[in-house]
Design a protein around this ligand. Structure first.
Ligand code: SF4
Length: 344
């Protein structure tokens, strides 16, 4: 049985009209499930034929919550179990009294970044569209049931959980299309960010296929030698090549590319690193996110001192590059960047 959450608006409409039913049914259904966030069958004005077609022939199954961890700062980490028993994690992050959600795109990950818990697991499989959308729908459901009220709103979606999103390009692109669809959740593309470690085959498709969402690159070092250690696919797709393709992506007037920079003690946190990073990005529409490393079990990397983080930031600011130091959320439940692991 195919999943409702697998279908773009146009695909749903085509299925409905191919059965001789009114296209309006697709609007009603997208509005009911995505905009109004209902999880029960639609009780609004929908023809009997459309109801039978959709609710008789499509699945509305969502990932099952296998485990929940709540941090003291209101971050929530969900461990979801999928139909085949695979597990993925999703993180709900408080943000300006509303929320952001960090979605996973693969079970495990093939990129093997040396600082990342998920990378240690290897790639098991890609997530399907309904499993990506399903994570978000389940988080909406949980919020509605557990933290109801006007602040229970998810304003931003980031594809930064387990997996390399551009290694599962088709599913991630379609999930973005579904979230943006005017007839449904109608999210602004600028509220969605897709992060990549620099997976070039995906970046080469971005310009023509991705629907105006934000891009974040995990940069982590301006020097190939260190980047090779941190992000092994840099050996295959070197940073210079990656940046060339990113520079070619058209940006909206207020849009920037975010460059994520994990600061690791005595590895990539020196003044020389900061200057080389600034030289690399100074003429680009760039925002730099500095992320002091979050220790993970079994890793020999360490978090730098706060004074080192501030000194690094100052160099970037002196080049007038917008720079933020990311406040680590959910630290006490291993929900921060690079800490997701479904084996735990
Ligand atoms: S950091 Fe991202 S791309 Fe790298 S191994 Fe982890 S999940 Fe994969």
């Amino acid at each position: 049985m195919s999943s409702f959450y697998e279908l773009s608006y146009n695909e749903l409409k085509d299925i409905i009209t191919a059965n001789g039913l009114s296209a309006r049914g697709a609007n009603v259904l997208y509005n009911w499930h995505y905009k109004k966030k209902n999880f029960e069958p639609c009780v609004e004005d929908l023809s009997k034929g459309t109801k039978e077609l959709v609710y008789g022939a499509m699945s509305f199954g969502l990932p099952r919550i296998s485990h929940i961890q709540k941090a003291s700062d209101l971050t929530v980490k969900f461990l979801f179990e999928l139909e085949d028993g695979s597990k993925v994690e999703t993180v709900l992050i408080p943000f300006n009294r509303k929320y952001s959600v960090c979605l996973s795109t693969q079970v495990g990950c093939a990129m093997k970044c040396s600082f990342c818990f998920t990378g240690m697991q290897g790639l098991k499989r890609n997530l399907k569209v309904h499993e990506i959308i399903g994570q978000l729908m389940m988080v909406h459901k949980w919020l509605g049931e557990n933290r109801p009220g006007p602040d229970a709103r998810i304003l931003n979606v980031v594809f930064m959980g387990q997996g390399e999103p551009l290694h599962n390009f088709d599913a991630v692109k379609k999930a973005c299309d579904i979230l943006i669809a005017q007839e449904g959740a109608s999210m602004a593309a600028q509220r969605i960010t897709v992060s990549t470690s620099g997976y070039l085959p995906g970046l080469m498709r971005w310009k023509d296929e991705m629907p105006g969402v934000n891009l974040a690159l995990s940069l982590h070092s301006p020097f190939d030698e260190i980047r090779n250690e941190l992000i092994p696919i840099n050996q295959r797709y070197p940073l210079k090549e990656v940046l060339k393709f990113i520079d070619d992506i058209p940006l909206h007037r207020k849009q920037f590319v975010t460059y994520e920079y994990l600061l690791i003690k005595n590895l990539n946190d020196s003044e020389e690193d900061a200057k080389a990073l600034a030289e690399l990005l100074k003429d680009k529409r760039a925002i730099i996110n500095l992320i002091p490393f979050n220790p993970v079990p079994g890793s020999h990397y360490q978090r730098p001192e706060l004074s080192t983080v501030r000194a690094f930031e100052e160099v970037l600011v002196s080049y007038k590059i917008p720079t933020m130091v990311r406040v680590t959320k959910g630290d006490d439940i291993l929900a921060a960047c690079g800490q997701l692991n479904t084996n735990s």
